[in-house]
Design a protein around this ligand. Sequence first.
Ligand SMILES: [Zn+2]
Length: 393
Amino acid sequence: MPLEILLFALLFLALALGWWLGRKERRRLTPPPGTLGELSHDYFVGLNYLLNEQPDEAIETFIKALEVNSDTIETHIALGNLFRSRGESDKAVRVHQNLFARPSLTKEQAARVQLELARDFMAAGLLDRAERLLSELTGLNNATGKASQLLLVDLYEREKEWQKAIHTISPSMLKENHHLKKAAAHYACELAAIQLGQKNFAPARKLLKQATAFDAACIRATLLMAQLELQSGSAKAAIRILLRLPEQDPNYIPVMLQTLVDAYQLLDQPKELVSTLEKLLAEHNYTSVMIHLAEVLRKKGRHQEALEKVDHYMLRQGSLKGVDYLINLYLDQARGDERAHLLTLRNLTSQLLEKKPEHQCNNCGFASKQLYWQCPKCREWGSIKPIIGVEGE
Ligand SMILES: [Zn+2]
């Protein structure tokens, strides 16, 4: 018997037992309404459907025969949740709605069922309906209220309603949930990036400060602040911010390089750029740093120096990206047969590089060419970083 059918059968038996216990209790207090035979018939018909792997018929019979009392509520909730976890959110909605309509539920029980209904609607993609249900629950000062607040934040995140998500997060939620601090900082960064795109520097700055207040370790806020300074003409401030980034998290050095180069170029300080890149390279073995350094030298006509730097680097830390760049440098001066051989080699390295992802999520392993701030697979924030090693940096 498949595990799911077994689970349904167990839930069904639990309900039957709950019904029987409730009935026994009532019998003790009041005269018995109806007969045991009538109801148990429905239960056994339902059970029979389950055993015959006909869950649709089973659920119909089950809802028809449903008796809600304090002994069976948990089982009803669990049955709805089981449907949801199987991806059958429509059935989960029906079970939970049926339960929710019962006037015998206490306020607390009704709130719990409402929360589960909101989860069902979210699973079904009916976010508006889930939002309405959750908004009514967030004021509750109990576990259901807290769970509803968290779920509402998650809902706004899925809808990319960053401002609403931030407003839903309370200081006590931030205290209790480290993950939420990281997420909140990224919500503020999302808003800041929109403002920055429209050159609205003052609101963007305010949002980035908010991001840092949520999470002082937010690398994205640092990078955006540097871009803001650069775009608003303060290249020196941009450089100052970027040079603090390796202390925050050296993994993101490759991500900051272009902004760093742009800032020095705006100041027209190629010498300072070379010495900054050399210092970075001495402390962090990243191919991207080496390539940026060699590119500055190459553009200044210091071709031999660029070659020596790359050769020296490759002895310390070889990488496919480094080999590809080295071939490009040799190609600059190669002629005839030598050039033809080098072109064949570069064709090969380019093809290999084209297929290689450059970033990877350290939470779920998802790999991609581009850097996502939220992992598209596991939805973790700030978990995707440049890949280091022979096949990466
Ligand atoms: Zn992931």
